[in-house]
Design a protein around this ligand. Structure first.
Ligand code: NOJ
Length: 536
């Protein structure tokens, strides 16, 4: 009998598989130079805070050169840092210092479109119809005898048509170009070989500087349907809380050809084995979602189900089950997120005020108890709500103008963070913040919350720490546990029991050692709108 040959030692799990990512919206995080807009030196000064919070990695929203028509998602030079945020040197310093503190740094990349100020687009305007320069974008003649109607009926995500007509060099009305988002964000034509080649260059540029990975914007976009046919225009649901209206039947997204693009980008990622790619994938169908995280495509994809789910036990359980199922079939890891810079903040979504706070506390505990990577949007750890009464004159989201002042857009979830002191701008800046900060945030500052054990910030710190040190959070799976109506309970492979009380009355907890609760246990019971972690 042959002696058993030991198989290869199992590979250690990649760092990102169960990492806690912290999303920095740089404009709103911390301003170092008094211009009212957050920047990279400001972020660097706050790395100690992020270390204290206990996060494993940052996701920094776009900081590349940009005219800022859409908060930096309109990139004019993808291989440079905008002076508003600092410069390449500042970025290098930030990466170094973050690494020194054992925090990894990922950044946004925007493959679907450029800024209209990008050298390629400027060249395309000058070069004329049929030129190779125009072929890098979607330029088309208009419909009708004089070409005055857009090439198809596609609407822009920010309102109005997805096409803008240009004036040709000879002064005559000319071709139209496609922009699924703002007119300042022309869509790139990924069938033109210059486009993937340049994007690969951008990826290597940042990876060689020490970046640990990318959040890929609109990762389900890029590939457009052949011939750009008219589409059925989806109606926006009245209670829609996120900006990116998504509908699996929208032909502008999730075209099968996008997977070839991801496979190509993955070969670049594989040159840097430490690095992670995380796609923004607004796709509901589990199989189609899972396709993005097959072993040769993205490492992770944002699953937005929890962020779209009200505080309702059945709906939360469905969201968790669905998110797990979506990745299980392809052997990928799940991701969890309650909010981001495009979505109404969770405290507001869950009802606002004390109830919204209590539910947000419970939900971060539920989220951190799940297997997989967790994404925290800056300010969530302070329990910041949406600010929905910003003065109209202050609004900057392109949605506000493009919708003819009918939709306020996303500024309400982008108000700068309150750091210290009693009055706005609460140490965010020495100047005037780019969006006004409410005076009542005096009690929500980092300074105040660090002092209180019962603050949202303290809960985040305790929960993140427990998650990182306790073996009970281990293992890839979970099992639902019997629970009274209106409640949820699941058990992780490692032994952690997470209980959510979504009723409006206290409940008795199962037997076990209580590790943490989102609201103090009262008279031996877990209060309404609360969560608990136990081990048995
Ligand atoms: C998704 C980003 O999250 C959003 O902020 C941006 O406006 C669009 N993509 C367009 O880049």
């Amino acid at each position: 009998m042959q002696p058993a040959v030991p198989g290869p030692a199992p590979l250690p799990a990649p760092w990102w598989r169960s990492a806690v990512f912290y999303q920095v919206y740089p404009r709103s995080f911390a301003d170092s130079d008094g211009d009212g807009i957050g920047d990279l030196p400001g972020l660097r000064e706050k790395l100690g805070y992020l270390e204290l919070l206990g996060v494993d990695a940052l996701w920094i929203c776009p900081v590349m050169r940009s005219p800022m028509a859409d908060g930096g998602y309109d990139v004019a030079d993808p291989r440079d840092i905008d002076p508003l945020f600092g410069g390449l040197r500042t970025m290098d310093e930030l990466i170094d210092e973050a690494h020194h503190r054992h925090i990894r740094v990922t950044m946004d990349l925007v493959p679907n479109h450029t800024s209209d100020q990008h050298a390629w687009f400027v060249a395309a305007l000058a070069a004329g119809p049929g030129s190779p320069e125009r072929d890098r974008y979607y330029f088309r003649d208009g419909r009708g005898a004089d070409g005055s109607a857009p090439p198809n009926n596609w609407p822009s995500i920010f309102g109005g048509p997805a096409w803008t007509r240009i004036t040709e060099a000879d002064g005559r009305p000319g071709q139209w170009y496609l922009h699924i988002f703002a007119p300042e964000q022309p869509d790139l034509n990924w069938e033109n070989p210059d486009v993937p080649a340049d994007f690969e260059q951008t990826m290597r540029f940042w990876l060689r500087r020490g970046i640990d990975g990318f959040r890929i914007d609109v990762a389900h976009g890029m590939a457009k349907p052949a011939g750009l046919p008219d589409m059925e225009v989806p109606q926006r649901p009245v209670d829609d809380t996120h900006l990116v209206v998504h509908d699996d039947n929208d032909p502008r997204f999730n075209n099968p050809a996008v997977h070839e693009i991801h496979r190509r980008l993955r070969t670049v990622m594989d040159e840097f084995p430490i690095a992670v790619s995380i796609g923004e994938v607004w796709v509901d169908d589990n199989t189609r979602f899972g396709d993005y995280v097959r072993p040769d495509e993205l490492h992770l994809a944002f699953n937005f189900r929890l962020a779209e789910t009200p505080f309702h036990p059945g709906r939360i359980r469905d969201a968790v089950d669905n998110s797990l199922r979506a990745v299980a079939a392809v052997g990928a890891s799940p991701t969890w997120t309650l909010s981001n810079h495009d979505i109404e903040r969770e405290v507001t979504r869950y009802g606002g005020g004390d109830i919204g706070q209590a539910r947000a506390r419970a939900m971060i505990m539920l989220e951190l108890a799940l297997p997989g990577a967790v994404f925290i949007y800056n300010g969530a750890e302070l329990g910041l709500p949406n600010i929905d009464d910003l003065p109209e004159a202050a609004l900057q989201d392109p949605t506000w103008e493009r919708s003819g002042h009918t939709e306020r857009g996303r500024d309400g979830c982008r108000v700068p963070l309150p750091w210290e002191g009693e009055q706005p701008p609460f140490g965010f800046t020495t100047g005037r913040p780019w969006l006004p900060m409410p005076a009542w945030w005096a009690t929500a500052t980092v300074e105040k919350q660090l002092e209180r054990l019962d603050s949202m910030l303290s809960l985040y710190r305790m929960a993140i720490e427990l998650r990182s040190v306790r073996p009970e959070f281990g293992g890839p799976g979970l099992e639902w546990y019997g629970s009274p109506p209106g409640c949820l309970a699941f058990r992780r492979d490692g032994g952690l029991l997470c209980v959510l009380n979504a009723t409006d009355a206290p409940i008795t907890l199962p037997a076990g050692e209580v590790l943490l609760t989102s609201t103090p246990i009262t008279a031996g019971k877990l209060p309404a709108n609360s969560a608990a972690w136990l081990i048995q």
